[in-house]
Ligand binder design. Structure first.
Ligand code: G1P
Ligand code: ZN
Length: 543
């Protein structure tokens, strides 16, 4: 048992994106790649020396190898105690829950979220701070800066820890506790929701279909929905986490959760359909033949929060990422609470939650959550909807259409153009930015531009400014187009175009989304010269 100092050299490109460092597995398998990044975390966060670390991941290919390496490096870098999920598993929200519950110094989460897995797929790593949330940019920037200067890392040569068995082990002088990955999280959910009401709802014969997409939500969903709440066995499908997610793309949206959409369109479909992504922080909610848009889901949660035990005293505010539709803003106004508009990525919600300024947060990318942890939370969102169904006796469709009738409907869609040439994508964005100053006042058919800018966020809690967060074009009729490049992709560039149109008249609320948005889609394409610059006629994903 010795700790060695290994000589290394800086590796270019280890810059965390929207949510940690994500690369192909084959990149992570290069000599020193993982080690350099992990040492840079330890060097950037000196409190970990003598501190407590939470460790786990979504079980994708390379998870086990990485967990063992990180344990050995943690021991060599003076960490006193590590809480690691059994099998190396921890969903992202569960990791956040465990960091908070045990007052850990921080956590390392291994996941590439909704990106495909397997030997040819993606892997990822991110550092979360003591509030349980993703490290803010000043820390991720410092980690990146460290990777660019790193010359050595420290690692123990002790044998692997048996991760399959719960228990306590020592690694050098560090205590390793292999914990049940589900227990703490399940306990927290029980404190938030009315489990008795949900149990009674299932006992009455109501049904749900939860697709875990062969990812990490499976064990959580099985224990909570089937085990604790009495949902029929088989409610959770694809519930075994697989290293390659069964070859599927573990992203809960209509493009990738096609089985769920099909099942929910059958005549005998259950009342609620849901799915979650690779690391269980995303959610998709589906009623009978009816997809709930994530932006609407956030607004509906906010409007109905008082029906949920944990939020019955009211919510302090709502926060949404800038591209997320403005449906939640109207609810916040009606509740007379603030609505914050942040850049894309969950890390921007942390300060608002810590400061008690927001209780509920959400993103259009199938993510919602609350102040119970500092990550978005897929199973939590499904429990929220289950609780609403159980308490109101209404259907998903009924809840949504009543919401639209009261607040109006924000028609919304995101069009993604994937794996674009990076130069072409950057030039497209640059061209948009060049036009910004002259756009206001221009009309495209019935759509006249009221305002256009490149979104910048001033954090009201720490005063930090984050600029260049996406081009937004607001029209006088309330429509909006937002353009930004993805910060999570691992292949070329992904252009995301977010389209939104408000319709107050309920007589119009049954019009299909893409039909309603048709004119705006053409305008958005022309403004950015998408077809001309990329050669693409259609988006790869419509979400
Ligand atoms: C995407 C989503 C964003 C989400 C992130 C992590 O990031 O758009 O809302 O927080 O994944 O799940 P992007 O690829 O757009 O940078
Ligand atoms: Zn995720």
């Amino acid at each position: 048992m010795t700790v060695s100092t290994i000589t290394t050299a800086p590796i270019p490109g280890q810059k965390p994106g929207t949510s940690g460092l994500r690369k192909k597995v084959t990149v992570f398998q290069q000599a020193h790649y993982l080690e350099n990044f992990v040492q840079s975390i330890f060097d950037t966060v000196p409190e970990l020396n003598g501190g407590v670390l939470v460790l786990g991941g979504d079980g994708r290919y390379y998870n086990r190898v990485a967990v063992q390496t990180i344990l050995k490096m943690a021991a060599a870098n003076g960490v006193v105690r590590v809480l690691v999920g059994q099998g190396g598993f921890l969903s992202t929200p569960a990791a956040s829950c465990v960091i908070r519950k045990y007052h850990a110094t921080g956590g390392i989460i291994l996941s590439a979220s909704h990106n495909p897995g397997g030997a040819d797929g993606d892997f990822g790593i991110k550092y979360n701070i003591d509030n349980g949330g993703p490290a803010p940019e000043k820390i991720t920037d410092a980690i990146y800066a460290r990777t660019q200067a790193l010359l050595e890392y420290r690692i123990s040569d002790q044998a692997n820890i048996p991760l399959e068995k719960k228990g306590s082990y020592t690694l050098e002088s560090m205590l390793v506790e292999v914990i049940d990955p589900v227990a703490d999280y399940a306990e927290l959910m029980q404190k938030i929701f009315d489990f008795d009401a949900i149990r009674a709802w299932f006992a009455q014969g109501h049904r749900m279909h939860f697709d875990a997409m062969s990812a990490i939500s499976g064990p959580y969903a099985k224990q909570i929905f089937e085990g604790m709440l009495g949902a029929a066995p088989g409610t959770v499908v694809n519930g075994e986490p697989l290293e390659d997610f069964g070859g599927h793309h573990p992203d809960p949206n209509p493009a990738h959760a096609t089985d769920l959409i099909r099942i929910m369109a059958l005549p005998d479909a259950p009342e609620l359909g849901a799915a979650s992504d690779g690391d269980a922080d995303r959610n998709m909610i589906v009623g009978r033949n009816f997809l709930v848009s994530p932006s609407d889901s956030l607004a509906i949660m906010a409007a109905n929060a008082a029906l949920i035990p944990a939020y019955k005293a009211g919510i302090s505010g709502v926060a949404r990422s800038m591209p997320t539709s403005r449906a939640a803003d109207l609810v916040a106004k009606a509740l007379d609470v603030p609505c914050y508009e942040t850049p894309t990525g969950w890390k921007f919600f942390g300060n608002l939650l810590d400061a008690g300024r927001a209780t509920l947060c959400g993103e259009e990318s199938y993510g919602s959550g609350s102040n119970h942890v500092r990550e978005k939370d897929g199973v939590w969102a499904v429990l929220f909807w289950l609780n609403l169904l159980a308490i109101t006796g209404k259907s998903v469709n009924g809840i949504v259409t009543e919401h639209w009738a009261r607040f109006g409907r924000h028609y919304y869609s995101r069009h993604d153009y994937e794996a674009l040439d990076v130069g072409i994508a950057n030039a497209l964005m640059a061209h948009l930015r060049e036009q910004l100053a002259g756009l206001a006042g221009q009309c495209f058919g019935a759509y006249c531009v009221a305002m256009a800018d490149d979104f910048a966020y001033d954090d009201p809690v720490d005063g930090s400014r984050t600029a260049n967060q996406g081009v937004r074009v607001l029209f006088e009729n309330g429509a909006r187009v937002v353009y930004r490049l993805s910060g999570t992709g691992t292949e070329g560039a992904t252009l995301r175009v977010y389209l939104e149109l408000f319709e107050g008249n309920s007589a119009q609320h049954a019009v299909p989304v893409q039909e309603m948005l048709a004119e705006l889609i053409v305008i958005a394409g022309d403004l950015a010269q998408i077809a001309m610059r990329t050669g693409r006629k259609e988006p790869d994903v419509i979400a």
